[in-house]
Design a protein. Structure first.
Length: 184
């Protein structure tokens, strides 16, 4: 369907073009399918598909399967349609999870959940560009996670790397690079 219109100002034409393109995208078959999936597919189903299709190709597959089991145990979150999960739901889950496990564990599980949502949008046709089925922002994109306490603040310097390498070489009875130059 071809649509056209004449405007006095370029700005008005640009606004009309954007509105028209947005309306057409919303009515596309792909958009309809994405909305249908977002309202019928549960997070549990998405997690299971991710575990079956994505996790096996990772070096940390076994550890990720363990995290997936923990995520699927959250029945108040995983049995809801993925399009109905709000940022506040993810934030509440993260807050609750932080009370039962170490901060680093909660953050790793949150990062995994972020990737599950990303793969679902990018590869499986769920609503993309940060939009959920209800038109709000993608749930995991709006949650802010603070850094885990006890994370390293010190950066390793070149001297520190050399010292560590020499200590390791000494412990394993290998020649240290520093000693080779000193004697050579």
């Amino acid at each position: 369907m071809l649509r056209s219109k004449t405007f006095d100002a370029r700005r008005e034409a640009m606004i009309w073009a954007q509105e028209t393109e947005t309306a057409l995208r919303k009515r596309s078959p792909a958009a309809e399918e994405a909305r249908r999936l977002a309202t019928t597919l549960t997070l549990r189903g998405v997690l299971q598909r991710y575990e079956n299709e994505v996790t096996p190709g990772k070096r940390s597959a076994e550890r990720e399967r363990y995290m997936m089991r923990n995520l699927r145990a959250e029945t108040d979150l995983v049995d809801r349609p993925i399009g109905k999960i709000l940022p506040s739901d993810i934030s509440a889950w993260l807050t609750k999870r932080r009370q039962s496990v170490a901060e680093g564990t909660a953050l790793r599980e949150w990062c995994l959940l972020q990737h599950v949502f990303e793969v679902a949008r990018r590869d499986w046709g769920l609503p993309d560009r940060g939009q959920s089925a209800q038109g709000g922002a993608a749930p995991e994109a709006r949650v802010r996670a603070k850094a885990a306490p006890g994370t390293r603040r010190r950066r390793l310097s070149i001297g520190g790397m050399r010292q560590g390498a020499c200590s390791l070489a000494h412990a394993t009875r290998l020649p240290c690079h520093r000693h080779r130059h000193a004697s050579g």
